[in-house]
Design a binder for this molecule. Sequence first.
Ligand SMILES: *Cc1c(COP(=O)(O)O)cnc(C)c1O
Length: 241
Amino acid sequence: MTEINKEQIRNNLSVIQQRIDQAAAKSGRNPSEISLMAVTKKKSAEVIRYLIDLNIRYFGENYPDETLEKIEAFKGNGHTTSLCMIGHLQSRKINIVAEHFDEYHSLDRLKTAVQLNKILKMINKTMPIFLEINIGDEDSKSGWTTENGKPSDQFLKDMEEIQTLSQLKVDGLMALPPVSENPEDSRPYFVRLRHILEKLNDNYGYSLHHLSMGTSIDYPIAIEEGATFVRIGTALTGPRI
Ligand SMILES: *Cc1c(COP(=O)(O)O)cnc(C)c1O
């Protein structure tokens, strides 16, 4: 099986952009508030270059070692791109994210935040951060679990600490709902994540601006429920082989 070509990506992108616009219109939102992140794990440097040519500016990667192998492609050839970590980060890979990534959208524990902050300080770099919420409270997922859909005491405590770390700029929340064939099944989880963000801003004095939620199967619903980033892999660049 050969990899996807640029024309196929262009066609996929045009369908996705239409669906983003429709979902935004349906919920009375401005499509310019919604960023499309291309998830490029297991995709080649060539596919990444096509995406940059097609004006994609946000990239999500899960495995730092794999990202390093194609790091040149993200440099953007004259365009500014943002390389975002969206997977679980092992301690020994934190330095890769510190040095080579622009944003970290899947911070899932205090310990990682502290270690990352320390490295960033040494290289004099700050980084936008999204906190990952285990929105379905699943054993198989990372991120902070909720208390019946509300921010847990542990989460609030950790967040307070993270907020004091000088190199990290907490900007939003990220979640991946339980897997389902029916995109409508994701909606209550997207609503939950939005409610958590509203609560943090209204009751605890934070000012978080972003909700990263929605993948190939359910991004229109995520947009209807307030997503400012949708993370799209297969619908844009085909199955990961
Ligand atoms: C792989 C991945 C995606 C993209 O999933 P698709 O179904 O290919 O769109 C989005 N978010 C995260 C966290 C991922 O790991």
